[in-house]
Design a binder for this molecule. Structure first.
Ligand SMILES: [Zn+2]
Length: 176
């Protein structure tokens, strides 16, 4: 057990893991954005903000890793301010909270489940965009896409994300 005067160590383990999940329904006639990339498709993802299911799951994984409130608490869908919002705003806020807690992203792994469009041709671009947003090398961003076999989810997109955070030594920690 940690001593009472050892709180910092007790609350700042060298690594922290985060997990995020999200799902959105496809709707005709709206743009499709996945992982911060616009994809040409007849349908987009409806609901909260721009419906970027992957950025939402990543945001929740980051927030969960530092035990912060989740995306729905920070950016309530009921608030008209977030209607049609660029989900990059949510991810940036989550990353800011991660840094304030004294951590940086080590690596991330994501699974996308959707019937269409095919993600394969866009996977490299999505990984590069995510790496840029998370300030890590693209080799630290895993992305798999699967079709929803036997799940009866033909009109939905689902994302699962795990993220590993590493504690940033105080000396090298960035200001602001
Ligand atoms: Zn969402």
């Amino acid at each position: 057990m940690p001593k009472t005067n050892d709180r910092r160590r007790a609350t700042q383990p060298p690594t922290r893991i985060g997990y995020g999940f999200d799902s959105h329904e496809f709707r005709s006639g709206i743009p499709l954005k996945i992982g911060g990339i616009a994809l040409a498709h007849a349908k987009g993802l409806g609901g909260h903000s721009d419906g970027d299911v992957l950025l939402h799951a990543i945001t929740d994984a980051l927030l969960g890793a530092v035990a912060a409130p989740d995306i729905g608490a920070l950016f309530p869908p009921s608030d008209p301010k977030w209607k049609g919002a660029d989900s990059v705003v949510f991810l940036r806020e989550a990353l800011k909270r991660v840094r304030e807690a004294g951590y940086g992203v080590a690596n991330l792994d994501a699974s996308l489940i959707l019937a269409a469009p095919k993600i394969g041709p866009h996977a490299a671009a999505i990984r590069v965009r995510l790496a840029q947003l998370l300030e890590v090398h693209a080799d630290c961003v895993g992305l798999k896409a699967k079709t929803p076999e036997g799940l009866n989810l033909e009109n939905a997109a689902v994302a699962h994300v795990v993220v590993l955070l590493e504690r940033i030594p105080t000396k090298t920690r960035r200001k602001g």
